[in-house]
Design a protein around this ligand. Structure first.
Ligand code: NAD
Ligand code: TYD
Length: 332
């Protein structure tokens, strides 16, 4: 029986990971600690909330007494909780430093105190910064370029220091861009899919030639589970989809998938400090036997279908707080 503390479990990847755990393993207990910021949504977990092996606690990972109390009954920690949107980190970095850096510190301290068996720090490929040619390996230096990726780098290295200094069994994962169900419609794919469904413009930053490696969220969840079983403490694992695309390709695929006109494409002012290309070398994980299972074309179809079938989920989000943010930042 494994007792998991999942932080940020009401967000996009965290909620998919909780679904994944209950589907994959029959003997897990999940404690989901989430502050329910704008990005946290308990509707991502309605099918699980009555499961006797699942418990939700609304709270902040920066809250030391709360984290201390919860950590006492836990074997494994998977830290997803973070402020996660680059554009928001440009507008107001404060919460990024607080949650992504200080919150990770609180979790590490309490994990150390209560001798947990495994601490998975969910880092990101963005910690390496941008690369014109070639791909980053795990030993490459970190050159983060946004307040988001700099905060994530701080947390990534802090987690490593707890392995080196205190022998805390830490594993760090650096994954590329995820897509799939329950992703907040401010990130490229859900924003463009939902805008296109509503015949709204798709705001493409700069020339649209920025490249990301795209991985289906369930493949990411599977890789986390894999490194929890097979990974070595103190190690870093790149997780990628082996699937680099520029933003124009993604946009055209979405429009084609929904049968919408290219006239919805609108070029807008570039994001400040916009990283040109992210690219991961995933040889280390691949040689251990893990490979992504989903084909991009299939998983994109599944994703587009999900947003078409769950209009209520995202319309509620887009009609509220998000809409104001969208208007303010993009003027669309
Ligand atoms: P998300 O924004 O959808 O979810 C973040 C969750 O964390 C939300 O439920 C939010 O309420 C919660 N949260 C925020 N601050 C908190 C706090 N102080 N205490 C407790 N809960 C808090 O993010 P996501 O896309 O699901 O990303 C999850 C993790 O994966 C993040 O650490 C992110 O850096 C990392 N990551 C994301 C991607 C991606 O493509 N989305 C890729 C690589 C790594
Ligand atoms: P995003 O989903 O914010 O992820 P990342 O953390 O990689 O920046 O953006 C993915 C890419 O899409 C990135 O190059 C910025 C671009 N983008 C747009 O062109 N328009 C948009 O409205 C958004 C949200 C992103």
């Amino acid at each position: 029986m494994g007792r998991y503390l999942i932080t940020g479990g009401a967000g996009f990847i965290g909620s998919n990971f909780i679904h994944y755990l209950f589907e994959k393993h029959s003997d897990v207990q999940v404690l989901n600690l989430d502050k329910l910021t704008y990005a946290g949504n308990l509707e991502n977990l309605t099918d699980i909330e009555k499961n006797p092996n699942y418990k939700f606690v609304k709270g902040d990972i920066c809250n030391e007494p709360l984290v201390e109390e919860l950590m006492q009954d836990v074997d494994y920690v998977v830290n997803f909780a973070a402020e996660s949107h680059v554009d928001r980190s440009i507008g107001s970095p404060d919460d990024f430093i607080k949650t992504d850096v200080y919150g990770t510190f609180v979790l590490l301290e309490k994990a150390r105190k209560y001798g947990i068996k495994k601490f998975i720090q969910i880092s990101t490929d963005e910690v390496y910064g941008s690369i014109e040619k070639g791909s980053f390996v795990e030993t490459d230096p970190l050159m983060p370029s946004s307040p988001y990726s700099a905060s994530k780098s701080g947390a990534d290295r802090l987690a490593y220091s707890y392995f080196v200094t205190y022998n805390l069994p830490v594993i760090i994962t650096r994954c590329s861009n995820n897509y799939g169900p329950y992703q907040y419609p401010e990130k490229l794919i859900p924003l463009f899919v939902t805008n296109a469904i509503e015949d709204k413009k798709l705001p493409i930053y700069g020339d649209g030639k920025n490249v990301r490696d795209w991985i289906y969220v369930m493949d990411h969840c599977d890789a986390i589970d894999f490194v929890m079983q097979q990974g070595v403490d103190g190690e870093i694992y790149n997780i990628g989809g082996n699937n680099e695309r520029n933003n124009l390709e993604i946009t055209e695929l979405i429009l084609k998938g929904l049968g919408k006109s290219k006239e919805l494409m609108t070029y807008v002012k570039d994001r400040p400090g916009h990283d040109r290309r992210y690219s991961l070398d995933c040889t280390k994980l691949n040689q251990m036997g893990w490979l992504p299972k989903y084909l991009f074309s299939d998983a994109m179809k599944l994703t587009i279908e999900w947003y078409k079938n769950n209009l209520e989920w995202w319309k509620k989000i887009k009609s509220g707080e998000y809409l104001d943010y969208y208007k303010k930042h993009y003027g669309l």
